[in-house]
Design a protein around this ligand. Structure first.
Ligand code: NDP
Length: 455
C-alpha cells in the first residue's frame, strides 16, 4: 500500500511518502543488530532509561504539535490526541522508573543449589502497528524493549506515515542510538522477509486478525516468538442494579471514543431486561445529541473515521446487518458532507444467524442485546470468537466480580470502560490474540529469562 497522509475530515491528500527499498532494510537490520551486540543493549541500563526520560519530556514539550499531526492524519478528536500523547509520556516514564525492578534477577529456591533467573534482551524485533492510536501503539512496544535492550524495526500503518516519522524523530532526539528504533515504509512482503532474517528474534503486531495471522505464521515458520493484539467485540453489561446515569455516560464514551475505532471499545451492550428500555432511551438521546465535525474543533464530540476505506467497510457491515434482520434504531449511514463521517448508529434485534452478531464494527455503531439474568449475560458475552476486554456495571460489586471472572477475555473492568494504563497488562485471549503489552508482563515478552544455578 502507498504511504500517504490523507486528512479524513475532507479526504484531501496532504503528502505521499517514498517507500523504503530492500537495501534500506538491509542497512536498518545491520544497524539494529550491531546495536544489539554492543554494550548499549546488554550493559548498564541507565543510558537506556535516560532516553526514555528525555523522550517523555519531549512528548510533553511538543504535545500540542504532536496532537495536531495525529488529528489531521487519522481524524482523532484533538483532545483525545492530547490524551494519547500524555499517555505516551506516562508509559516512557513508567518504564524508566520500573524497568530495573522488572528486569532484576529473581531467586528460585531449589534443592539443586543457589538459583536465579536473569533477564537479557533477545535481539532485534519486528513491530507492525495500526493507525488507531498512532503514537501509543508504538510506545507500547518501544518503551519496554528499549529498557530491555531489544532494538526494534517498526512498520506503521500506511495511512499514518507522518506520525510514524515524527515518532522516530523524537526517539532519535531523545538520544537513542541508531538502530534502537527504525521506522520503515515497507510492504507486507518486506515485513515477512524481515521476520525470516536470522538477526530478528521476534514479532509484535497490533491490528486485524488477517494481518496477525500472517505475521504470527511467518514467525512460527522461523521459530520466533510473536505477540498479537487483534480485534475485539467487547461487551458492556448493564445489570438491573447499575447506576444507570453513569452506565449511559460511560457507555456512550466507550462506544464513541476515537470514533469507535478502538479494539477494546464497547461494541455489544448487554442489558438486563428490567433496565433495557430506560438505558436504550437515554443512550439514544445521548447518541443523537453528539456534535459531529472537524476533529480540530474543541467542541466536537465525534470526528470522521480514519479513511474512506474504513467508511466503506462500516457502511457495508451496517447494510448487511439490516438486510439480515437487524433493526436500525438510530443513524445507519455515512453523513452527507465531505470527509469520512458515519452517523452514530444503534442496532437492535440482532439474531445469532446475522453476520453482525459475530463481527467487529470499527466505528460508532452500538449493538443492543436484552437478557433476563446474569447467566444469559455471561453466555452471550462468551458467544464470541474474540476475547479482549469487557465492562460490567452493577452496584453490587460481589455480583459484578463473579460475572467478571466468568467472562472469557483478557481484561474486565467493573463500573468503568475497558481502559489502559502503563501499569496494567493489556491483551486478550481467543481470536483477540496472545501475549501482553505494558506493565511487568509486557517487558517480559521478549527477554531471555535465563536460569543460572550454582550447585
Ligand atoms: P490491518 O491489520 O490491515 O493493519 C494493521 C497493520 O498491519 C498495518 O501496519 C498494516 O499495514 C499491517 N499489515 C496488514 N497486513 C499485513 C500483512 N499481511 N503482513 C504484515 N503487516 C500487515 O488493519 P486495518 O487498518 O486494515 O483495519 C482493519 C481491521 O483491523 C479493523 O476494522 C479492526 O477490526 C482491526 N484493527 C484492530 C486494531 C486494534 O487496535 N486491535 C487496530 C486497527 C485495526 P498497511 O497499513 O500498510 O496495510
Amino acid at each position: 500500500m502507498a504511504y500517504q497522509t490523507v486528512n479524513p475530515a475532507n479526504n484531501q491528500l496532504i503528502k505521499e511518502y517514498k517507500p523504503h527499498s530492500d537495501a534500506d532494510i538491509e542497512a536498518a537490520l545491520g544497524r539494529a543488530d550491531a546495536l544489539y551486540r554492543s554494550g548499549w543493549a546488554t550493559g548498564d541500563i541507565t543510558p537506556r532509561l535516560n532516553v526514555l526520560r528525555r523522550l517523555a519530556e519531549l512528548l510533553d514539550e511538543r504535545a500540542e504539535a504532536l496532537a495536531k499531526i495525529a488529528s489531521q492524519e487519522m481524524g482523532k478528536l484533538i483532545k483525545q490526541s492530547r490524551g494519547e500523547v500524555a499517555l505516551c509520556a506516562q508509559i516512557a516514564r513508567y518504564y524508566a522508573d520500573n524497568a530495573p525492578r522488572f528486569l532484576a534477577p529473581v531467586k528460585y529456591p531449589s534443592e539443586l543449589g543457589e538459583a536465579w533467573v536473569e533477564h537479557h534482551p533477545i535481539g532485534v524485533l519486528m513491530a507492525v502497528e495500526p493507525w488507531n492510536f498512532p503514537y501509543y501503539q508504538l510506545m507500547r512496544v518501544l518503551a519496554p524493549n528499549l529498557a530491555a535492550g531489544n532494538p526494534v524495526i517498526a512498520k506503521h500503518a500506511s495511512i499514518v506515515p507522518h506520525c510514524a516519522e515524527t515518532f522516530a524523530q523524537l526517539v532519535h532526539e531523545a538520544g537513542a542510538p541508531e538502530g534502537a528504533w527504525t521506522n520503515l515504509f515497507i510492504s507486507s512482503e518486506q515485513v515477512a522477509a524481515i521476520i525470516a532474517d536470522p538477526r530478528v528474534q521476534g514479532a509484535a503486531l497490533t491490528g486485524s486478525e488477517k494481518a496477525g495471522s500472517a505475521v504470527a505464521a511467518q514467525a512460527a515458520k522461523h521459530i520466533k516468538k510473536a505477540t498479537l493484539e487483534l480485534g475485539g467485540n467487547d461487551v458492556f453489561v448493564v445489570l438491573d442494579d447499575a447506576d444507570l446515569a453513569k452506565a449511559v455516560e460511560i457507555g456512550v464514551q466507550a462506544r464513541l471514543n476515537n470514533a469507535g475505532q478502538v479494539c477494546t471499545a464497547a461494541k455489544r451492550f448487554i442489558l438486563h431486561e428490567k433496565i433495557a428500555d430506560s438505558f436504550l432511551a437515554q443512550f439514544s438521546e445521548a447518541f443523537s445529541r453528539v456534535k459531529i465535525g472537524d476533529p480540530l474543533d474543541e467542541s466536537v464530540g465525534l470526528g470522521p473515521l480514519s479513511s474512506r476505506e474504513a467508511l466503506e467497510t462500516l457502511t457495508k457491515q451496517v447494510n448487511e446487518a439490516v438486510k439480515n434482520g437487524a433493526k436500525l434504531h438510530l443513524g445507519g449511514q455515512p453523513l452527507e458532507r465531505e470527509g469520512s463521517f458515519f452517523a452514530p448508529t444503534i442496532l437492535t434485534g440482532i439474531a445469532r444467524d446475522n453476520p453482525a452478531y459475530f463481527e467487529e464494527f470499527f466505528g460508532p455503531v452500538a449493538q443492543m442485546y436484552v437478557v433476563k439474568d446474569d447467566d444469559e449475560a455471561v453466555r452471550l458475552a462468551n458467544d464470541s470468537h474474540y476475547g479482549l476486554g469487557g465492562a460490567v456495571f452493577s452496584q453490587d460489586i460481589e455480583r459484578a466480580k463473579r460475572m467478571a471472572s466468568r467472562i472469557e477475555t483478557g481484561m474486565v473492568y467493573i463500573n468503568w470502560l475497558t481502559d489502559t494504563a502503563p501499569e496494567l497488562p493489556f491483551g486478550g485471549v481467543k481470536r483477540s490474540g496472545f501475549g501482553r503489552e505494558l506493565s511487568d508482563l509486557g517487558i517480559k515478552e521478549f527477554v531471555n529469562q535465563k536460569l543460572v544455578v550454582v550447585h
